[in-house]
Each structure stands twice: as C-alpha cells, then as structure tokens.
Design a binder for this molecule. Structure first.
Ligand code: PXP
Length: 249
C-alpha cells in the first residue's frame, strides 16, 4: 500500500440507482471494482435522509472491505442514530461531517469548536470501540485545534472552495491553496494525520498532493462522473498516476 492513500467515495453510484428506485447500479459492485483498480479504501456517507447510500449498502460495504483487508471510511453526522450504526459495523475509520438536509453536498467543514460538547464524548466512545476518528474541517486553525482537543486522530481538510476556484478560473485559487497548505502544516505539528477531500479532479489533484503532510485523499463525484465516459478502473488508475507524479513516486 502506498504512503499516500486514495479513498474512493462511491456515494453517487447509489445516487444514480436511487434516481430510478431500482437495485442497480450497485455501489457495492463499484467498491469491488474500485479496490481491484487500486483504491486503498472505500468511503461512503450514510446521510440522515438516505438520499444515496442505504443502511444495507453500509452493511455490505463493511463486509466486503473487511474481506479484502481494505479500510472502510464511514462518513457520518454527529447524531445518536449514526453512532449506533457505526458501533454496529465498526468500520476502520469514521469521518465526522456536518449535515444539513437542504444542502446538495457537504458544503463546509464541521464546526468542531462550536460542537465541542457533543463531539468530544462521541469521539471518545467511537475511538474506544477501535475506530480511527477524523473531523472534516475547513482550512481554519481554530477548527483544527478544536479537532485535536476533541481527541480526533485525523483532520480531513475541505478542499471544495479551492477546487471550485480553480474550475471557475478565480484569482482566489492561489490563496486558498496556500491556506490548505498552512492548515496541513499546523495540523501535522499538532500530531494530527492530515487528509483532504471534496471537489478534487484531475486538474486539482496535483497541487493538493504537493502539500507533503497530506496522507489520504477521498474523492467521489468527479471520478464517478468521469467513469461514465471511460469506466471506473481507468479513472482510478489515472488519478493514482497523477498522485504518484505529484509525489515524485
Ligand atoms: N470527503 C468528505 C468528508 C465528503 O463529505 C465528501 C463528499 O461526500 C468527499 C470527501 C468527496 O467529495 P467529492 O464527491 O466532491 O469528491
């Protein structure tokens, strides 16, 4: 397994399935394919409204990732219901994310500082059950310090604003990348493992991976969309190749 890991988020295979209320395409089959094509792990977000991934998907993903010895990264909101599900399946990793029902996607990082009173005991309970806990945060030193104080082992930096800026040709992109870089350094100095995700594509992956503290990327929407044209395995292999090029592997 390479030092820089690629987690493939298969949520949007379920989005397509659910658009027809059918039982295909199957996100579990996508996870099998992704692992065979070189994904280091599988990421899935069980949203409170179950708009894409379902409870039975999580159950099946927990089984197949365990069988293949690959980590399942379970993204979840800070709720009692999600805690119960996490404790039932005990995935390798948990990523705590904010959730608002009306949002199209996870629009910003978790307010760890503001939610300290509920997040800290939750992190303790999940970590005691053997799961590695990450907080999905904006590139903000206050939130990174709060994640450390809450007992998280990992922060996943929200790369959405940077990726949007690149896609729009915005002059803000360079500054946003610098913020990500400074945040990764700060998190690393606090002893946190640093991950990154949201909105990453073939163009933005290399500048992000050039930030040396980043150990894992979680990528979904772009790769699932691109797979429509080229197939999932070639997309994963190209993303992996770009990651390796950026790291000089
Ligand atoms: N990481 C986290 C914590 C997320 O919530 C998401 C979106 O579900 C991703 C990574 C993947 O983002 P994208 O689908 O835009 O690649």
């Amino acid at each position: 397994m390479s030092l820089l890991r690629l987690g493939v988020n298969i949520d949007h295979v379920a989005t397509i399935r659910n658009a027809r209320g059918a039982d295909y395409p199957d996100p579990v089959r996508a996870a099998e394919l992704a692992m065979a094509a070189g994904a280091d792990g599988i990421t899935a977000h069980l949203r409170e409204d179950r708009r894409h991934i379902s409870d039975s998907d999580i159950e099946a993903l927990a089984v197949i990732t365990r069988k293949r010895g690959r980590p399942l990264n379970f993204e979840m909101a800070v709720t009692a219901e999600m805690e119960t599900i996490a404790l039932r399946h005990r995935p390798h990793a948990i990523c705590l994310v904010p959730e608002r029902r009306e949002e199209v996607t996870t629009e910003g990082g978790l307010d760890v500082a503001g939610g300290h009173n509920s997040i800290t005991p939750l992190v303790a309970r999940l970590a005691a059950a053997g799961m590695r806990i990450s907080c999905f945060v904006d590139a903000d030193p206050v939130q990174i310090a709060a994640a450390k104080a809450a007992g998280a082992q990992v922060v996943e930096l929200h790369t959405g604003a940077y990726c949007d800026a690149v896609r729009e040709g915005s002059p803000l992109a360079a500054g946003l990348l610098e913020k990500l870089s400074a945040s990764a350094r700060a998190a690393h100095e606090l002893g946190l493992e640093v991950h990154a995700g949201h909105g990453i594509d073939f163009e933005t992956v290399k500048p992000i991976v050039a930030i040396p503290e980043i150990m894992e990327l979680n990528i979904g929407h772009f790769m699932i969309g691109e797979a429509i044209f080229t197939g999932l395995a070639p997309v994963i292999q190209r993303m992996r190749a770009l990651m390796d090029e950026a790291r000089g592997v």
